[in-house]
Design a binder for this molecule. Structure first.
Ligand code: ADP
Length: 509
């Protein structure tokens, strides 16, 4: 038998990611006490297409929640859900089954359609209403594709039994055995159908994509009741309220305690995601960043600016798997320290183009500045520097757009374990990098929002649980005018020059 844990209550966080589902139970101090993980298959039926099977995701959800409940030996007090965003399914609400494979956020099949809509001049309206750019990344054109192409979807819509759901709503519907269907503002803000100022679906955009309002999940506050989950406990079914939903990046922001205006976090995973909470003020970017919704201290919606770099930790994976320069990603830290600098080497990781603030899909990766003396350590160090440079580009864009000083950044994700990278990040971006010991920020954010929604903790208690001792990386001091020291300015200039040489077309300025 499983030994019972000595805690008053726990909250179960379900983190439904792109490649797998993690369930973690957190205690009243928001510390993890039990965990399980299961992967599910990825579908790549054609170049540029990426699909998920709803049943496989939901089976993984059931498996990991069952395992965590078995470890706990008792029912959690509440469930919180966080998820890969933008991915969308056509759900038959009468059977609980998806009518077709889901289109994953990486899926590019609607690129041409986005081009058409751009040509029709819809870009500015989309940005104005949704804070997003017209790109296949978001759910809008994916839903339209399902309506037009997936067998049975149109008929199910006409019969009033089809809902287009993001992964959060799919899981809510499944866990409540079809009793509830709902999403939250952070997930809705990624559909390209949601007006982020009015906090409601936008009729004009529903018309553009041919979607009926009745086919979408009602949007409820991120903290609060979403329905009752029926979970498989070790000695039979248990009923537990679902009281929190957040998209994954917003969950990491919340889980890092970044609930006030000016709070910034970066997740260093396969790619890098920066989110800056801008509170009540909606900031429109001039540098190609997205405006999106996050959660405030009370679980209400706050505005955020978001920037992402496609290649983050994946640069290190590439050096390990394709170049064979290291055995393990963590070896990169010692290798970087084994040389004094990159020896003039600059790596631009445009493996799949350049994102914000460059937006050049055709640019391709390059390594510049090699000499006969260049060795593997120089290249590995340049790879880590490239992660820090890209995030610095985004921090500079965030500062310019928001007018906020942004002096500190909280970090999480696999590559945040690398101390060389974190120090480099502090130096290049000129801010204090704060790394909590618990870097499972995404699941923790889901647990925190659910604890808030269930009334188990209030905003102040959550803040004090989340703002824990951090390891800090202080930047090299800057001049009184904020100017970067000479060596930082020099490597930034080298980086920008390398970017310019990588561009597929000349930069507009
Ligand atoms: P994801 O959630 O996107 O799968 P993770 O947060 O699990 O990503 O981080 C995994 C990524 O971090 C991998 O790309 C890996 O190369 C990178 N990584 C892990 N540890 C280190 C390290 N010590 N130094 C640099 N990169 C690392």
């Amino acid at each position: 038998m499983t030994e019972k844990l000595e805690v008053d209550w726990t909250v179960l966080a379900i983190d439904a990611g792109t490649t797998g589902v993690t369930a973690i139970a957190f205690d009243q101090g928001l510390r993890p006490v039990a965990r399980a993980y299961a992967e599910f298959p990825q579908g790549f039926p054609r170049p540029g297409w990426v699909e998920h099977d709803a049943t496989a995701i939901l089976q993984a959800v059931d498996l990991v929640t069952g395992r965590v409940l078995a470890q706990l030996g008792k029912a959690p007090a509440a469930v919180g859900i966080t998820n890969q965003r933008e991915t969308v399914f056509a759900l038959d609400t009468s059977s609980g089954q998806a009518l077709a494979p889901g289109l994953v956020w990486q899926d590019r099949r609607t690129a041409e359609r986005c081009g058409e809509l751009r040509e029709q001049g819809l870009g500015p309206m989309v940005r104005e209403r949704t804070g997003l750019v017209l790109d296949p990344y978001f759910s809008g054109t994916k839903i339209e594709w399902l309506l037009r192409n997936a067998p049975g979807v149109r008929a199910a819509v006409d019969q009033g039994r089809c809902a287009f759901v993001t992964v959060d709503a799919l899981i809510v519907h499944h866990l409540t055995r079809g009793q509830a269907l709902a999403t939250d503002p952070t997930n809705a803000s990624r559909t390209m159908l949601f007006d982020i100022e009015r906090r409601d679906y936008c009729d004009e955009l529903l018309e553009v994509f041919g979607v009926r309002r009745e086919s979408l999940s009602p949007v409820l506050p991120s903290a609060g009741p979403f329905g009752t989950a029926e979970l498989a406990g070790p000695s039979g079914p248990v009923s537990v309220p679902i009281t929190g939903l957040l998209g994954d990046q917003q969950a990491a922001l919340f889980g890092q305690g970044c609930t006030g205006a000016g709070d910034l976090k970066t997740t260093y995973g396969t790619g890098c995601f920066l989110l800056l909470n801008t509170g009540d003020s909606r900031v429109s970017s001039t540098a190609g960043l997205l405006t999106t919704l996050a959660a405030d201290e009370h679980g209400g919606a706050a505005f955020a600016l978001e920037g992402s770099a496609f290649a983050g930790g994946s640069i290190i994976q590439w050096m390990r798997d394709e170049l064979g320069l290291l055995r393990d990603a963590s070896d990169s830290e010692a290798m970087a320290h084994s040389v004094q600098d990159t020896g003039g080497v600059v790596l631009v990781p445009a493996f799949s183009g350049l994102g914000a603030p460059y937006w050049d899909a055709e640019a391709r990766a390059a390594i510049f500045g090699m000499t006969r003396g260049t060795n593997a350590a120089h290249i590995v160090r340049a790879g880590l520097d490239a992660i820090a440079h890209q995030c610095t580009d985004l921090v500079e864009a965030l500062r310019a757009d928001s007018g906020l000083a942004v002096r500190a950044m909280r970090v999480d994700g696999g590559a945040a374990n690398n101390k060389y990278l974190m120090q480099r990040q502090a130096d290049l971006a000129g801010l204090v990098v704060e790394r909590p010991s618990e870097v499972e920020a995404t699941a923790r954010g889901a647990a925190a929002i659910a604890a808030l929604g269930a009334g188990l903790l209030d905003g102040a208690a959550i803040r004090s649980a989340l703002i824990e001792e951090c390891e800090t990386f202080q930047p090299i001091p800057r001049g009184a005018d904020g100017a970067a020291p000479e060596d930082v300015a020099a490597v930034r200039a080298l980086w920008k020059d390398a970017i310019a040489r990588t561009r597929s077309r000349p930069s507009p300025d």
